[in-house]
Design a protein around this ligand. Structure first.
Ligand SMILES: Cc1ncc(COP(=O)(O)O)c(C=O)c1O
Length: 324
């Protein structure tokens, strides 16, 4: 389902969720996010909390890695929910954190959130097309993602939304309504009153960009032809191979991303103090990685178009780039 940029979706749901809770339970206006969440998510949450008349400083609950650790323990999230859940309306996590590459254990986190009365949304910008996602089975309430990363639709490609089917017919949920979410049968009668379609379609705002949809469609066809299962098997092997070679050839580099393959996708975030020069040397030699302040190079061997040979060459080039 398409939105004008996928954060509209988070925005809308935050509105409906916080409003529902705020009416019944005024102290439940908090949103729990991972420390170091992508800025858009942080801005959406703080502006929503402020818009609803609360103080973002009190409403945002950030969970950070323990001191000396680089990613967040699932237990720290679930025990925070057990302790403070009554103040939290929504848990909003990046499915895969853009900076560390941590793939959160969404199912147990969702269970703990629901047990304590909070809803769960996940931003899958770095997860869609990268890791296995069983949103329905994991019982996630809603999710949004863009299609311009692993899904290859190109910048500005359409955003998407998942709404769990238990909310799909909750027509009285407050929402920001647009004509494209109106019941298809009567949309062109241009009625004054909004009648949402059931399911995620009822959250659409306006008609979709056809050229971007065509690019996304072509990419999804390639995914279908390759097969998600095969891509995931290759992805795990490629990333393990990268991790292994880094350990052999560049043992001083610390990897922020969890070493447990079930808690990451293709990406490894490499912490390299003074690494900006290293990144520039890699770029000059035709290697596409990504630089994040203050000291992180993100490297993602993508199974659809990267080979084991690419990974081998990458580590050789990185070794030289470190040495200079
Ligand atoms: C987790 C996450 N959310 C959102 C975005 C931004 O997406 P958009 O430009 O569609 O708002 C990014 C971009 O990198 C991201 O990593």
């Amino acid at each position: 389902m398409r939105f004008d940029g996928h954060h509209h979706a988070v925005l809308e749901h935050s509105i409906s969720l916080t409003e529902d809770y705020a009416r019944e339970l005024p102290e439940r206006f908090g949103v729990l996010i991972e420390g170091g969440a992508f800025p858009s998510d942080q801005y959406v949450i703080s502006s929503q909390i402020a818009w609803h008349g609360y103080d973002p400083a009190q409403g945002i609950h950030r969970i950070n890695p323990r001191s000396g650790e680089s990613h967040i323990r699932t237990d720290d999230i679930t025990s925070y929910l057990e302790e403070h859940g009554q103040r939290i309306a929504l848990v909003l996590l990046g499915g895969v954190n853009y900076y560390t590459g941590q793939f959160f254990e969404i199912e147990p986190i969702t269970e703990a959130a629901h047990r304590n009365g909070s809803l769960v949304g996940v931003d899958l910008a770095h997860a869609a097309g990268n890791v296995p996602l069983l949103l329905h089975d994991w019982n996630v309430d809603f999710s949004v993602w863009c299609s311009y990363k692993y899904l290859n639709a190109g910048p500005g490609g359409p955003g998407s939304i998942f709404v769990h089917e238990r909310h799909g017919r909750s027509f009285d949920l407050p929402r920001l309504s647009g004509w494209w979410g109106h019941d298809k049968e009567t949309r062109f009668q241009m009625p004054d009153d909004f009648k949402p379609m059931q399911g995620a379609e009822g959250w659409q705002l306006s008609n979709p960009p056809i050229l971007s949809m065509a690019a996304l469609r072509a990419s999804l066809d390639v995914f279908d032809r390759a097969g998600l299962g095969k891509l995931q098997t290759k992805s795990r092997r490629l990333t393990l191979f990268l991790e292994y070679l880094l350990g052999e050839k560049c043992p001083d580099i610390s990897i922020m991303t969890p070493s447990d393959p079930s808690q990451r996708g293709a990406q490894l975030s490499l912490r390299i103090p003074g690494g900006r020069d290293v990144f520039d040397r890699l770029s000059a030699r035709g290697v596409s990685t990504d630089w994040r302040e203050p000291d992180v190079i993100r490297a993602a061997p993508v199974p659809l178009y990267n080979t084991f040979e690419d990974v081998f060459h990458f580590v050789e080039i990185l070794f030289l780039a470190l040495d200079r």
